[in-house]
Design a binder for this molecule. Sequence first.
Ligand SMILES: *[C@@H]1O[C@H](CO)[C@@H](O)[C@H](O)[C@H]1NC(C)=O
Ligand SMILES: *[C@@H]1O[C@H](CO)[C@@H](O)[C@H](O)[C@H]1NC(C)=O
Length: 393
Amino acid sequence: MASTVLIVSASLLALFFFLHSADADVGSNVFSIQSYGAHGDGRHDDTKALGDTWAAACSSAKPAVLLIPKGKKYLIKHTTLSGPCKSSISLMVKGSLVASPERSDWSKETIRHWILISGVTGLTVTGGGTIDGNGKIWWQNSCKTNSKLPCTEAPTALTFYSCKNLKVEYLKVVNSQQIQISVEDCTDVMVSRLSITAPETAPNTDGIHITRSRDVEVTDCMIKTGDDCMSIEDGTENLHVKNMVCGPGHGISIGSLGDHNSEAHVNNVTVDNVRLYGTTNGARIKTWQGGKGSAKNIVFQNMVMDNVWNPIIIDQNYCDSSTPCKQQKSAVEVSNVLFKNIRGTSASEEAIMLHCSSSVPCHGITLENVNLTVKGGIDLKHEHPWTLEDVEK
Ligand SMILES: *[C@@H]1O[C@H](CO)[C@@H](O)[C@H](O)[C@H]1NC(C)=O
Ligand SMILES: *[C@@H]1O[C@H](CO)[C@@H](O)[C@H](O)[C@H]1NC(C)=O
């Protein structure tokens, strides 16, 4: 009995020291949004308070923490948080940031972004809280939902532009207006432990979008969304994706590359240990005719698919256009692609589609240990049974 008490009090002591030292560590360098006039009630506009807190934290000479406190909800309109900052900075989201539900809060100039973080070196975004794009009004007004409406742009919930040494971890990102997280022109990026969710019917809500970025790691994320779980676009180099759960959604996609006769390059991408549930695609590479450049040194391995429409697909004749795409002479070269240890079920009879270009045919494509059977049923369940823990085993 006595020894039990001792153990309990010893661990309480340890906990106390841990909290205490953590406090002492950050100490005066915590910049709480509450100290900059925020309401935190989810009704009043806290955009200015967020901007002011960022300005203070970003000009701190010592490593700074911008705190979004737990239990509070901050209504935020379009905002840009820019660097460079004087020191490293953590955006600690413990509570929630919620986007304004008014489309009129965005102008033609700002419509592509909700929260844009630009030009910061040594940024960590973490805290276990929620980033809520409040996207319903945007989905309802999308031409993909209602074909009578004109097609317009919508904000990406969280954009990282031109950041170096970036970490994004332990967050819930929900109901983005359009793309959920976009990493653009960044280097040395770690994205991990995110839960990303939007309804299957929410148009263009790609989970994690990566472009013009190098040395990127994405691990341990759970993505349920209305478009690609991950879209890997032009200019991605050295990307390692590991331990992911995806579905519903459109799967993990490299591309589309080479639209409007553009040049695109994707090099050295590994996608490892992924489960896909009821997605339209599994491992996909898609390029338009008429493009230039290359997608090469790509590995998709250790994947489990459950009722996926196109489990393995390379499409060099991709055409997402209202008018048919004409035959063209040039194409993005697709080479050195390995699909290895892929098993599970296909919802369609064509589990593997290699739709290569007739002018620049894909080459160096290897399929190794692939076992896919037809499930024969389109009755997709909307909740997948896996947790991240299943993947980590
Ligand atoms: C490919 O990318 C990985 C990171 O995903 C990196 O460790 C490796 O060095 C890269 N290979 C080459 C040849 O650049
Ligand atoms: C392929 O998977 C099916 C279904 O899981 C299984 O019954 C079969 O034995 C597997 N084939 C090989 C060659 O592993």
